[in-house]
Design a protein around this ligand. Structure first.
Ligand SMILES: NC(=O)C1=CN([C@@H]2O[C@H](COP(=O)(O)OP(=O)(O)OC[C@H]3O[C@@H](n4cnc5c(N)ncnc54)[C@H](OP(=O)(O)O)[C@@H]3O)[C@@H](O)[C@H]2O)C=CC1
Ligand SMILES: O=C(O)C(=O)[C@@H](O)[C@H](O)C(=O)CO
Length: 274
């Protein structure tokens, strides 16, 4: 496995495992299997209602806690009571600390994200979480965090795939020393996986379309966190470190981006999630 080093020194594998919609006993089995296959970065959230299943999966995998990196996220409805939600996340997952804790959405109309960010800064000082970051933050939200607290996130987890390549946000994140992490890196298995250009390039590299996409995301310098319930997809998505996409083909994949390429039309400037 290859690693990135965050601004605060935390080392993160270049690919992680998403768990949205993996719940209950099946979810726990999928998480345990993913860890057995070699995933070391697991992404969950309070709002997925699966932190219990994720915790069970971790327990069943019988791995050293120190060898695993677990991410969870604070939901908007707890932005004024963040420590209580974090304690509940730890209780549900049966963990003593989280490696990464993120604000889930800026929710600009609600306008409590700066207060919530201050809570994450405090949670890090208390030792409840190792690193702190955000999801779905635009430059205007990140600038405000810095102006009002003097602390920038180390991670910004955003929607990113070939139909929405996030060139501007990636460039902003990079300038500020923020690592971009990619949610729905496979477009949640949308019709994008049947795109003829992606299929042609996947054949050229003797890889599946999913593998080509994940490799492109890693070569962009970002961390994809694909979700896979099936062991077959879990294995395939880790086999992306044995080939390199040429600069020219990287450009071709990047050029597939579309102005309205978001899979679910969730624009963080207006979308709110509690
Ligand atoms: N911060 C945020 O706001 C958000 C964060 N997230 C996080 O990002 C993670 C990933 O995003 P998600 O929305 O789940 O979608 P993904 O883009 O990861 O797609 C998951 C889908 O792709 C399928 N799949 C996995 N691997 C392959 C492959 N190699 N070839 C073909 N199909 C494949 C899966 O099938 P199967 O399961 O059957 O194997 C599943 O149907 C989430 O699980 C969550 O942890 C997601 C959305 C928003
Ligand atoms: O999965 C997440 O982390 C989310 O923030 C959700 O918005 C998810 O993207 C979704 O699609 C809910 O309908």
């Amino acid at each position: 496995m290859e690693y990135y080093t965050l601004r605060d020194g935390l080392q993160l594998p270049k690919i992680g495992f998403g768990t949205y919609q993996l719940a209950g006993a099946q979810g726990a089995r999928a998480v345990s299997s993913a860890i057995q296959q070699g995933y070391r970065l697991i992404d969950t959230a309070y709002n997925y209602e699966n932190e219990g299943a994720v915790g069970q999966g971790i327990k069943a995998a019988n791995i050293n806690r120190a060898d695993l990196l677990v991410t969870s996220k604070l939901p908007g409805r707890y932005y004024q009571n963040g420590i209580a939600a974090l304690q509940e996340s730890l209780y549900r997952s049966q963990l003593d600390y989280l490696d990464l804790y993120l604000l889930h959405w800026p929710n600009p109309k609600q306008d409590h994200y700066v207060e919530a960010w201050q809570t994450l800064i405090d949670a890090q000082k208390f030792g409840l979480v190792r690193s702190i970051g955000v999801c779905n933050f635009l430059p205007e939200h990140l600038d405000r965090l810095y102006q009002e607290t003097g602390v920038l996130p180390v991670i910004n987890q955003i929607e990113l795939h070939p139909y929405f390549n996030q060139a501007n946000q990636r460039s902003y994140d990079q300038q500020k020393g923020i690592l971009t992490e990619d949610w729905s890196p496979l477009g949640r298995a949308s019709t994008m996986l049947q795109d003829s250009t992606l299929q042609m390039l996947a054949e050229k590299y003797h890889k599946g379309v999913g593998q080509l996409i994940l490799r492109w995301e890693i070569q962009l310098g970002t961390i994809p966190i694909p979700k896979a319930a099936t062991v077959q997809n879990q294995i395939a998505n880790l086999a992306v470190f044995d080939f390199n996409i040429s600069d020219e083909d990287m450009q071709i994949i990047s050029s597939l981006t579309q102005a309205n390429g978001r899979t679910f039309d969730q624009d963080p400037a207006i979308y709110e999630e509690f």
